[in-house]
Every structure is written in C-alpha cells, then in structure tokens.
Design a protein. Structure first.
Length: 144
C-alpha cells in the first residue's frame, strides 16, 4: 500500500530543495515532535548515493537510523529513493503561485497502521514546512 502526504510551503522551490537536501538543514526539521531530534544527517545526493539520518528521543530513551539509497533525482523537481528496508519513496517539488508544493509518496510498512504512518510522516513534513518558512522569511528580511 502506498501513502501520500503533502504540504504547501510559502517559499520558492530553490529554498525548499536546499532545506530538503542539506545535512545541516535536515537536522533542524527531521523529527515528528518536539521531544525528538535529528542529531546527524549525511547524504550523497546523486543516483546511487546513500543517505543516513539519525533520529532520537531527546531523553535518550530511543533512537534509530533512517537510511537508504537515492534511485533517481531531478533537481528541484523529484527525488526517488529506496529505504534500507526496501520500501520506495518519491518526493515531488512543484512550483505553486504561493510557494512550493511538496508531495511525498511512500510504501507503508507492516508493523503500524496506515493512519499512524500517515500521521508520523505528515508531522515531519509539517515540521519541514515550518522550518523552511521561518528560515526563508528571515533570510529574505535580512536581504531588504
């Protein structure tokens, strides 16, 4: 089963792409709730390149590595990847009159309900949106 989530980010596609593909930026948004964080992220952004993101509870009670391989890339348009457990993920970036639409489609895993997976991935995507809008807004204000 495939699950699709999306958000509309009030920032140009260049800023959205940069935040999605820069390790330092990823560590600022790649978690579903305030009691989690992403202490490290690394990626080799090319077809066949690997990525690895460490996600941990801030209290140290639990953590895991989320990694895989990029299958194909179209800069500022699309990322296809395979998670280490074999599931496929596609992330689409589309210019929109008020910013950038980000659509993420992923294959569900079998341990958690589809709704729980949708909520978790959407929470991370919402965190991404807030991070990009906050940083894009502050950078644009500084340029004025």
């Amino acid at each position: 089963m495939k699950i699709t989530i999306e958000t509309l980010v009030a920032a140009p596609v260049e800023k959205v792409w940069e935040a999605w593909t820069t390790p330092h930026a990823i560590t600022q948004w790649n978690f579903a709730s305030a009691d989690w964080h992403c202490p490290s992220a690394s990626l080799d952004l090319r077809s066949g390149g690997k990525f690895s993101y460490r996600m941990e509870a801030k209290d140290g009670s639990f953590g895991f590595d989320f990694g895989g391989t990029f299958s194909s890339l179209a800069k500022q348009e699309r990322i296809d990847l395979t998670i280490d457990d074999g599931r496929q993920v596609t992330v689409m970036f589309a210019s929109h009159p008020v910013g950038t639409k980000v659509t993420e489609t992923f294959e569900a895993e079998g341990q958690n309900s589809a709704e729980l997976q949708r909520q978790g991935w959407q929470a991370i995507l919402d965190n991404f949106k807030h991070y990009v809008e906050a940083t894009a807004g502050s950078k644009e204000a500084k340029q004025r």
